[in-house]
Design a binder for this molecule. Structure first.
Ligand code: PGA
Length: 235
């Protein structure tokens, strides 16, 4: 199991450091087995040697250069960061990243050997059009993406479930993940309003290999409780 936390534009360098220290301590003391990943904001990235995999929420596909406002490979390398989130719905829909730009980013960070958590997910109007339209929409988000890459993790996150408190039914999550499993032989995370009170049941579903948690990851005790839920699925 994989339990990943996406802080988005929340937390500071100071609060992230305190969070990671506490989480690392929990994981070490309880000897938990799930892989834990945390994606703090870029200003909070740091060199860490523990069990938590700390990754970038985004980065520009270049070593360095004239890309105002962006973080590039050189800035990640300074902290030994080799994990990245690509294709998150907020980057696609709020920041306007095209599939072409996302695929370029993917190819670049794959070439660098990064662990990539690649996000896909549909808006509500697509889901309402039925399964064929939904699967075609997700397929379009996989264009240009090498699904055989060994360090790839997929996160399925319906856009309408992110930050809304809404989730698909458990059987819908299971159906969708099972359909994805036929195409993609990589760990499949579910994301979108995963909370302390639904994480265990979601992780128990077939073909769900973990969760990507936004809002509910900001509370370290709650996040650790989800790691413990994942641990039960591992054993
Ligand atoms: P949420 O966000 O858990 O706050 O819905 C999930 C995500 O965007 O990864």
């Amino acid at each position: 199991m994989i339990v990943a936390g996406n802080f988005k534009a929340n937390m500071t360098r100071k609060s992230t450091a305190a969070y990671l220290e506490k989480l690392e301590q929990y994981i070490t003391e309880k000897e938990t087995t799930p892989q834990v990943m945390i994606f703090p904001p870029a200003t909070a990235l740091d060199s860490l040697k523990g069990k938590i995999l700390v990754g970038a929420q985004n980065a520009y596909p270049a070593q360095n250069g004239a890309f105002t406002g962006e973080t590039a490979l050189e800035q990640l390398e300074e902290f030994g960061i080799d994990t990245i989130l690509i294709g998150h719905s907020e980057r696609r829909h709020v920041l306007g990243e095209s599939q072409e730009a996302i695929a370029q980013k993917y190819a670049f960070y794959k070439e660098q050997g990064f662990t990539i958590v690649y996000c896909i997910g549909e808006p509500l109007e697509i889901r309402e059009e039925g399964n064929d339209v939904l699967m075609a929409y997700l397929d379009a988000q996989l264009v240009g993406i090498d699904l055989s890459y060994e360090k790839l993790v997929i996160a399925y996150e319906p856009v309408w479930a992110i930050g809304t408190g809404l989730t698909p039914s458990n059987s819908d999550i299971e159906l969708l993940h099972t359909a994805l499993r036929h195409k993609i032989e990589k760990p499949l995370l579910y994301g979108g309003s995963v909370k302390v009170n639904n994480a265990a049941e979601i992780m128990a579903l077939d073909n769900v290999d973990g969760v990507l948690v936004g809002g509910a990851s900001l509370d370290v005790d709650g996040f650790f409780s989800m790691v413990e839920d994942a641990q039960k699925c591992d054993s």
